[in-house]
Design a protein around this ligand. Sequence first.
Ligand SMILES: NC(=O)c1ccc[n+]([C@@H]2O[C@H](COP(=O)([O-])OP(=O)(O)OC[C@H]3O[C@@H](n4cnc5c(N)ncnc54)[C@H](OP(=O)(O)O)[C@@H]3O)[C@@H](O)[C@H]2O)c1
Length: 243
Amino acid sequence: MTRLHVHGGDGRLGRAIVLMAKASGAYEVSISGREQKAAEQEAAWDIAIDVSQPQGSLAIAARCAAAGVPLVIGTTGHTVDELDQLRADTARTAILLSPNFSVGVNLLFWLTGKASEILGPEYDAEIVELHHRLKKDSPSGTANRLGEIIAETRSLQFDKAGRHGRKGFSGERTRNEIGVHALRGGDIVGEHTVYFAGSGERIELTHRASSRDTFAKGALRAADWLLGKPAGWYEMRDVLGLA
Ligand SMILES: NC(=O)c1ccc[n+]([C@@H]2O[C@H](COP(=O)([O-])OP(=O)(O)OC[C@H]3O[C@@H](n4cnc5c(N)ncnc54)[C@H](OP(=O)(O)O)[C@@H]3O)[C@@H](O)[C@H]2O)c1
């Protein structure tokens, strides 16, 4: 049995992971969060999954790095400095960070890169994402990743090229911008559409998640894959062979 620790284990995604892990019979599960302290020490964990908030990721990553426990991070909304801190921890343990554990979204990442390469900058790229009203960060980590992928294919930097919403006299659209628009409401699990709008035609690539179980399944698949890997930085595309 794999001894799995879930940080943020009492949240929406955390609960889905814990339920699925227990139902499989393959894991001995422990949890921690903001309110709950871990009952045992890191030495009792084979692998950890973090689905909390950025500050929580930093805390659990430091503990996992010190103990050499591999860590899968699904939390989104980290700042550049926070990501740098997580990268520093990969000197001591294996860390896999993924803003989205679903196989379909990781395929969308791949398809978006291919489409952007083939279509080129004369097709304007815009990203629209929808999530439930309780989501705290925006745009979603998945939308940011889609933006980074498009920016990479166009030799742009997403932190400069990203255009987050438009209001007022915003001027004509330039080739060097990637629009990003975040909608919030109800219980939407997560939807992402990438538009490539050219002259006379438009392509839309859409992924819709209808259940958190798709993320839970991916998180456990990532955890199984990361077990025994050497210290370093990994992503979901490594797990799925899409690198
Ligand atoms: N990678 C993916 O596929 C994927 C999919 C969906 C969501 N996510 C991301 O996963 C994260 C959690 O999402 P969710 O919908 O499950 O949120 P949630 O329901 O708010 O759950 C977060 C859990 O983490 C706890 N927490 C918050 N801050 C913490 C801290 N500093 N230290 C320890 N625990 C802390 C919360 O405790 P309290 O209730 O006490 O605040 C809660 O139990 C978000 O960043 C979300 O964007 C990723």
